[in-house]
Write a new protein. Structure first.
Length: 145
């Protein structure tokens, strides 16, 4: 089955498509967000480093076997270049526990590059977070005189 086409768009468009695919357990649309390069990389919270489309697809298929992943990116910090864009986000992930619905926080970095087909993801690195980590902390930058 061919990958769904994404418009060239922007890094934000690709990121929106990625999270929409997670929320709808749409493996084809999710994989269409990734660049065609063989060395794409993904790290899930507490998991190993996954390199390549096959490893990444296999883990997302396993996740989707349990249903959609209700992850919503919040508090984005971005660094944009002419051919790359790095997004640091706090993901609010809704999960069902024995005590009912709960919210988990995940800190994620998504890296996009501009390809001939448009902006595509080359890395997704997610780490466990906590509500206490939600405030942004930036070092005080000294003023040089």
């Amino acid at each position: 089955m061919p990958k769904p086409k994404l418009p060239p768009g922007t890094p934000d468009d690709t990121e929106a498509a990625f999270y929409d695919a997670l929320q709808h357990a749409d493996i084809e649309r999710l994989m269409a967000c990734w660049a065609d390069e063989d060395d794409v990389v993904c790290v899930h919270p507490g998991g190993p480093r996954l390199i390549g489309h096959e490893a990444i697809r296999t883990t997302f298929e396993a996740m989707f076997a349990n249903g959609a992943v209700m992850a919503v990116p919040e508090k984005m910090h971005r660094i944009d270049g002419s051919h790359s864009s790095v997004h640091s986000v706090v993901e609010r992930v809704s999960v069902m526990s024995d005590d009912g619905p709960r919210v988990a926080w995940v800190l994620a970095t998504n890296v996009y590059i501009k390809t001939a087909k448009g902006w595509r993801m080359v890395a997704h690195h997610a780490s466990p977070g906590s509500r206490a980590e939600l405030p942004d902390i930036a070092p005080h930058r000294p003023v040089l005189h």
